[in-house]
Design a protein around this ligand. Sequence first.
Ligand SMILES: NC(=O)C1=CN([C@@H]2O[C@H](COP(=O)(O)OP(=O)(O)OC[C@H]3O[C@@H](n4cnc5c(N)ncnc54)[C@H](O)[C@@H]3O)[C@@H](O)[C@H]2O)C=CC1
Ligand SMILES: O=c1[nH]c(=O)c2[nH+]cn([C@@H]3O[C@H](COP(=O)(O)O)[C@@H](O)[C@H]3O)c2[nH]1
Ligand SMILES: [K+]
Length: 501
Amino acid sequence: MATEFEDGFPAEKLFNQGYSYTYDDVIFLPHYIDFPTDAVNLSTKLSRNVPLSIPWVSSPMDTVTESYMASAMAALGGIGIVHSNVTPSEQADMIRSVKSRRVPILSSPVFKAPDSRIADEFDSHDVPFVLVTQSGTQKTKLLGYVAKSDWLGLKDKEIKLGEVMRTDANVCVPWDYDLRQIDGKLKEEGRDFVVVEEGGEVVDAVTKEEVDRVKGYPKLGKGTVGSDGRWMVGAAIGTRESDKERLEQLVKAGVDVIVLDSSQGNSVYQVEMIKYVKQTYPELDVIGGNVVTMSQAQNLIKAGVDGLRVGMGSGSICTTQEVCAVGRGQATAVYKVSSIAAQSGIPVIADGGISFSGHIVKALVLGASTVMMGSFLAGSTEAPGAYEYDEKKKCRVKKYRGMGSLEAMTKGSDQRYLGDTAKLKIAQGVVGAVADKGSVLKLVPYTMQAVKQGFQDLGASSLQSAHDLLRSKTLRLEVRTAAAQVEGGVHGLTSHEKKAF
Ligand SMILES: NC(=O)C1=CN([C@@H]2O[C@H](COP(=O)(O)OP(=O)(O)OC[C@H]3O[C@@H](n4cnc5c(N)ncnc54)[C@H](O)[C@@H]3O)[C@@H](O)[C@H]2O)C=CC1
Ligand SMILES: O=c1[nH]c(=O)c2[nH+]cn([C@@H]3O[C@H](COP(=O)(O)O)[C@@H](O)[C@H]3O)c2[nH]1
Ligand SMILES: [K+]
């Protein structure tokens, strides 16, 4: 008689013992490989009606996702959620900006009116050209441009730009030109830059330098394009009355999906907002959260959400568990919420606590459809803010802060406390910095390749197949002791350098 193997625990057993497990606490046992790494397909859904080719979402935080990051996320086949720590019209402008181009490049050129003069633009800034438009701003007709090289050769520096600009309509390309098309145009005509325009109005400019930079990264696929033919982008809103007016502006700007941004989503405010969004904009997907328990999730599913965001206190900048004594270990939270959400076909976003590719594998295999990241992306070229040099750590860093930090709250999420200015504010997040990670256009493809290797080791060729292995109890896990976690990391060396790609 054949012996039944009992090796490791199925998830159902492991996550029902009264422990709150984080990603680092658990480890998967490898299964059987019968396909190559490249056969792993990580396409997925963010929410009921938003398909993605990679399970990657950037956090709605003001040091993570504005238009540049959201454009890059869409170009990679993921999606960015634009934060709401700005006025509704500023947030709507960011959505429009993402939708107005097809290259993950934002150059923010200098605009001037024809009767204005060059001040110190060419001297004190690294500006290769100035665009001359009717109004001296973006979103009007291009009249001409002045290149730095032309300017340097001029004797009369007081001259009006309208008198010296080059008028060359050929410098313009349509908004939906992709990187390959723009590169072709730059090469054919020997240009240093092109102006991106739509409907006769300037959207942006793209330089050869930027195109060459992006060309050096892994090849981009077709990206996340919506039914409007434009890149898809999400936006965060709150659950206050005033968020209804914010929502209206975002919808007019073309937003594809809304995230109700709260640390504790199971509230009367959120349930009412979900119903309002679904009634007012039935075509718009709404993601509820954050939740970490099955009953929280069930309430929001009943209210009509198209997706759920999971995580409370697991984020790198989060202090919620310390301050409020509520939350859950992220591995347990993702497994539990995904189990109930799967019964209604609701995709789950595993939000926060991701430090490396193995955490992404764990989140996805435990039932999530996508992972949302803040700290992992905040040090990238595409994140808002400038790099600074950290003298102690001897590296370039970018600021990264929690949306519940005092600094972020007093900047604008303060709006959520309008009306209760008398109330005492308690921070649930910190302000910090993260190391330079280069461009997400390189970071994400390499990380995805590592995730595919993890899937291959588990014998899962897709997210669906991973979830099938999980629920059929074929997938086995164990809890790692403290010593096992040490063993699983680099140990026993006097020094080492960690370089993944
Ligand atoms: N994932 C996580 O673990 C955490 C995330 N955060 C982030 O920090 C930011 C702020 O989060 P929260 O403070 O949870 O924001 P929130 O807006 O959900 O809650 C702030 C306060 O406003 C109240 N509130 C919301 N709608 C209301 C309404 N219509 N009427 C009356 N009161 C209402 C809430 O009950 C709460 O007391 C978000 O960006 C969130 O993602 C903060 C803490 C933890
Ligand atoms: O307790 C918190 N206080 C905060 O101030 C805060 N700001 C963001 N978040 C959440 O953290 C997630 C990002 O986490 P990671 O940096 O680990 O990716 C984000 O996606 C959020 O869910 C906060 N949580
Ligand atoms: K934390």
